[in-house]
Ligand binder design. Structure first.
Ligand SMILES: Nc1ncnc2c1ncn2[C@@H]1O[C@H](COP(=O)(O)OP(=O)(O)O)[C@@H](O)[C@H]1O
Ligand SMILES: [Mg+2]
Length: 461
């Protein structure tokens, strides 16, 4: 763990000067950056005044004052802070100003330097992306007057690394102050997106949760209730995609003997519950080749899920997952393929429940072991571009937001079919989405910061 030796303080106002004073007093060479010489002089004077008061009250000595002043430098040029190991920002409470400063500093500072904001009203995570180092970005919240207030809040976000937090805590202790861990007051319900997958029961309520958050005026990442409802219903998804000229498998829906929609479909077919995911209700039996099998599966699926069933043409071909990220500018991540080359012979190649989770949900069994996600290297460029464009078009047609994963199948003839859209797709570090982001150069903390940044833009004043 790299030691903090030199400190850069951005802003020489009341808080910045106070922070610089305690940092210099603790023996850290400290550079204060202000925007003009006059403001530099003002910062120095306020520190001198505070030290003089300290001597008067017997809290410090003349020798200590001299040592403190010797550790201080005041500059207007940001470049002169380049060798700092820790930057503490105490400029105006304006996110755009702070973020402008962070991205500028990111180009100047050493890669392992820590960025800390003293903000008391803004959220740290909103600065994570601009910092270019979301894992080394945190909050260090000092209280006024800094020299006499013992507590310092150390604000870790979901992207801050443990090491960064630890280094910051040690720095606070070295100042002779008491670090207290605090949560980023972002109000972001980022975990609406991470948790449902661990709690299947909530998944079905996802759009309700989002709607409730809207009503409560709480912020969250990801799609709106409307997008979640649309994409959460595979039949609706297909209808909307069809309107936009995006191809998905031909289909029929049935409920209690009634058919809602019947296209011109032919065997083999795949039967699934239209409102589930995680391959619930999808097994090898779901692929049917004749009317008898079809009727059997329709009735068992209906019994189990008490919902209409979706009957689709089985698209025999390769399976791809395309992560999509963005809002006004939407981008597709590198394509991930579900490789079936080691799949048990004789079984239809589908990501059945058994393939996703193992025969007994234990990550074991021939189907689980016979599938793996890879980055395909043999895709012709025009096909890859087409697949990514279909993913982007689907994302936009369904009015999704921030990020989603679109599941696609491609026939040997190069016909591209959308299987389904997953807003709020799996996001954990080993998920297809995160790995694709990583492949495109967006590391995990940066990815999460990016998603939060996309969402924050919605709530910007
Ligand atoms: N029309 C289809 N043709 C071929 N395979 C399909 C079709 N629909 C689904 N599958 C297979 O079943 C898997 C799960 O279906 P999907 O609709 O994506 O459900 P889930 O929401 O549970 O992921 C897909 O990944 C794919 O392998
Ligand atoms: Mg799927």
């Amino acid at each position: 763990m790299k030691e903090i030796k030199k400190v850069g303080v951005l802003g020489g106002g009341l808080m910045g000067s106070g922070i610089a004073q305690v940092s210099a007093a603790a023996g850290f060479p400290t550079t204060v950056r202000e925007v003009s010489d006059a403001l530099c002089a003002k910062s120095r004077q306020s520190i001198e005044k505070s030290l003089a008061k300290g001597i008067e009250r017997g809290k410090t000595t003349e020798a200590a004052r001299d040592r403190t002043l010797k550790n201080l430098r005041f500059v207007t040029d940001l470049n002169q802070l380049a060798d700092s190991d820790l930057f503490i920002e105490a400029v105006v409470e304006d996110l755009a100003v702070k973020n402008g400063l962070w991205s500028q500093l990111n180009g100047i500072a050493s890669p392992d330097a820590i960025f800390a904001s003293n903000t008391s009203s803004l959220t740290i995570i909103a600065m994570a992306a601009a910092s270019g180092r979301p894992d080394r970005m945190l909050g260090l919240h000092f209280f006024n007057p800094v020299p006499s207030m013992k507590l310092v809040e150390v604000v870790r976000t979901i992207t801050t690394s443990e090491e960064t937090e630890q280094r910051a805590i040690e720095f606070v202790r070295a100042l002779g102050k008491e670090p207290i861990r605090a949560k980023d007051s972002s109000g972001f319900v980022v975990n609406l997106l991470l948790i449902p997958y661990m709690l299947d029961a909530i998944k079905a309520l996802e759009s309700n949760v989002a709607a409730l958050l809207n009503l409560l005026d709480l912020r969250y990442t990801g799609s709106s209730p409307a997008g979640l409802i649309l994409a959460g219903d595979k039949t609706l998804t297909k209808k909307v995609l069809a309107f936009h000229g995006i191809q998905s498998a031909k289909f029929a829906t049935m409920y209690r003997g009634q058919s809602d929609w019947v296209g011109d479909i032919s065997f083999p077919l795949l039967v699934k519950p239209p409102q589930e995911d995680a391959s619930l209700g999808i097994t090898q039996k779901s692929v049917v080749n004749d009317v008898k099998e079809l009727l059997d599966v329709i009735s068992s699926t209906q019994r189990e899920y008490q919902s209409p069933v979706l009957v689709e043409e089985f698209i025999d071909g390769r399976e791809f997952y395309v992560g999509v990220i963005g809002n006004s500018k939407v981008e597709a991540l590198p394509i991930v393929e579900l490789d079936f080359s080691k799949f048990p012979a004789g079984l239809p190649k589908i990501a059945s429940w058994e393939a996703k989770w193992g025969d007994d949900g234990d990550e074991k069994g021939a189907q689980f072991e016979g599938t793996q996600s890879i980055f395909p290297t043999d895709l012709p460029e025009d096909l890859a571009t087409k697949i990514q464009q279909v993913a982007i078009d689907s994302f936009q047609a369904l009015r999704l937001r921030d990020y989603a994963r679109i599941d696609i199948r491609v026939t040997p003839e190069g016909e591209v079919y959308v299987i389904e859209a997953n807003p709020n797709c799996y996001l954990e570090q080993k998920s297809e989405f995160a790995r694709a982001a990583q492949k495109s150069g967006l590391g995990y903390p940066a990815l999460i910061a990016r998603i939060v940044e996309l969402a924050s833009a919605r709530y910007a004043r």
